[in-house]
Design a protein around this ligand. Sequence first.
Ligand code: NAD
Length: 262
Amino acid sequence: MATGLVEMMRLDGRVAVVTGGANGIGRATCRRLAEAGAAVLVADLDGEGAAREADAITGAGGRADAVAADVADPAAVAAMVAAARARLGGLDVLVNNAGIFPARPIMEMEPEDFDRVLDVNLRGLYLCTRAAARVMAAAGRGGVIVNITSIDAIHPSMPGLAHYDASKHGAWGFTKTSALELAPLGIRVNALAPGGVLTEGVRRMQPGGAGADAVAAFTAGIPLRRMGDPDEIARMVVVLASDLAAYMTGSQVVVDGGALLG
Ligand SMILES: NC(=O)c1ccc[n+]([C@@H]2O[C@H](COP(=O)([O-])OP(=O)(O)OC[C@H]3O[C@@H](n4cnc5c(N)ncnc54)[C@H](O)[C@@H]3O)[C@@H](O)[C@H]2O)c1
């Protein structure tokens, strides 16, 4: 008989690295991956937050460790991947989740604003993918990469995010060519495009913050009539990371409460 669904969802014996794992979608993803049996390296610019999250997972009986890492910094990314190998024994799943979305109209956008968004959201994706793929290829047991893009990789959600939308369209393009190049090595690469999800980052855009009105207008147009919960994204990451998605590569899954229908 074919393997059962629950067994297929398990990630026992696998090591996962989640960038931006200290908050929001990344934190929920770390928790669900650990629940599925993976050892999780929580990587974040906020090293203290990453350590707190790793402690929460180990406290709940899982296996986790933490590193402080800026995904836009090649040396930090190399150290992150080295930590996965040295402390947890390898690298089987990479979730490229770290991302920033500071709203700024184009006419007020400085080159530094544009560069930082592209550096984190796109250059970071490339640096982490390269480092992880090298480790996965050397180990010879395949692997999985999940890139957290956005519905903004497909269609704009609000004004003020031109740099962000450019980075996310780029992330989707990068996902497709990564999938093509890495398939012969048994490494699957997919994108997961969330719609509006209530996270620390989005809360910063709400009342008082830049983009607050735009977030309110966006929420009003969601067919399921609410923002998503980070865990609703994390569950889909587990599906993509597991053997449930064994025949999927180069795809982008949208989880948006119907927002793109609007
Ligand atoms: N929340 C949403 O509505 C939404 C929608 C679509 C896509 N996304 C994407 O999901 C991802 C996570 O978003 P979120 O809402 O959970 O964000 P968040 O701001 O709540 O958390 C992001 C985490 O990433 C970390 N981080 C930021 N820059 C980093 C860097 N250079 N290196 C390492 N870590 C870094 C932060 O410290 C933080 O812990 C992002 O890629 C975002 O673009 C979010």
